[in-house]
Every structure is written in structure tokens, then in C-alpha cells.
Write a protein that binds this ligand. Structure first.
Ligand SMILES: [Zn+2]
Length: 182
């Protein structure tokens, strides 16, 4: 709780500094964004569906490609992050890429889960928000607008049935693994 307040204070101070800079330039493009997986698609990641050994090899390849650094902020990476894209007309979720990311970028990516874990005192949500401001060079207003938009999209997407396309990684998914868990 104390940590949460300290990071919130830091985020507010950074927000003020960044907002001064933002006034003199174009609106920042967000390098670090929140990516929420629609509820009907939970538990259907490649990490879960690919055979252990193949996933391990792919993970290693991805880390080597980026020399063990977070593809978003450059810190030490520990997580192989699946980058999914969504076709909202056809309701197809497609796996586009896998990149190494650090623990804090991961907290931002999965902000919904981060909120739950933060309520249990497991992680510090304000640290994730601070990181969002730091990487994107933006203010808190920009963060809250992005958060609202992403959660609205998540609610809308969660109402639908989705088809999963594993894209360039489709060969790693077992023939019976058509996106449904065994
Ligand atoms: Zn990072």
C-alpha cells in the first residue's frame, strides 16, 4: 500500500514533467500499450498449446534475437510475449509475433490482471503506470484515455465468439489444438 502511494506520487511528478514537453511537440506515439485478451480467448495462448520442448526452443530464439532485452523498453526481459491482432469484423484473433519483454512492461500489457494482483498486494499497479509514462513520454491523462479505450474494446470483444489463427506459429499447435484446451 505504501509502495503504491510512493509510485503514484512519482507517476504524478513524471506526468507533470512530460506534459510540459508534450505541449511543444506532436502527440506521443505509444510504444508501450495495454493489450487485453478478450475473455472467451483466455487460456488459449501458444505457450499453453505448443509442446513444451518446441515452445522452449522458440522462446530461446526470441530471446537471442533481442539479446535478452525487452523489445519495448530495453530492460532485461524474462517473458516471451505473444503479440495478437484482432479482426473485429470477422472476429479472428491472429498471432503476429512473439517478443521478449520485461516484468514491468508485462504488468502494463496485462493491466486487467495487474489490477487484480495489486488488490492482493502482489504487484504495484502505480509502478506499471509510471513505466507507461516513462516509456511513452506521456502524461497521466494520456494513460487514462488509453486505459478507458482499451477496456471498452475488451468489453466489446468479450461479447463475441472468436476464431484463433496461430499465423506463422500454426505448425506448433497440435492438430487437435484448434484453440480449445484438451
Ligand atoms: Zn520493458
Amino acid at each position: 500500500m505504501k509502495e503504491e502511494m510512493e509510485w503514484h506520487k512519482k507517476a504524478k511528478a513524471l506526468s507533470e514533467r512530460n506534459s510540459v514537453q508534450m505541449k511543444s511537440g506532436a502527440p506521443p506515439t505509444l510504444r508501450l500499450t495495454v493489450e487485453l485478451v478478450p475473455k472467451p480467448l483466455w487460456g488459449r495462448s501458444l505457450a499453453k498449446l505448443a509442446p513444451r520442448s518446441e515452445w522452449g526452443a522458440l522462446r530461446q530464439q526470441v530471446f537471442e534475437k533481442y539479446a535478452g532485452k525487452c523489445a519495448i523498453c530495453g530492460a532485461t526481459a524474462r517473458i516471451a510475449h505473444e503479440v495478437w491482432e484482432y479482426n473485429d469484423a470477422a472476429h479472428v484473433q491472429r498471432l503476429r509475433d512473439i517478443i521478449p519483454i520485461c516484468d514491468v512492461c508485462n504488468l502494463v500489457k496485462h493491466l486487467g490482471r495487474t489490477g487484480v494482483l495489486a488488490a492482493q498486494g502482489e504487484v504495484v499497479q502505480s509502478q506499471a503506470i509510471y513505466h507507461f509514462l516513462e516509456v511513452n513520454g506521456c502524461d497521466l491523462k494520456t494513460f487514462y484515455a488509453h486505459e478507458r479505450q482499451v477496456f471498452d474494446t475488451w468489453h466489446e470483444r468479450s461479447r463475441h465468439k472468436w476464431t484463433i489463427d496461430y499465423g506463422p506459429y500454426a505448425h506448433l499447435v497440435r492438430p487437435d489444438g484448434d484453440g480449445t484446451l484438451p
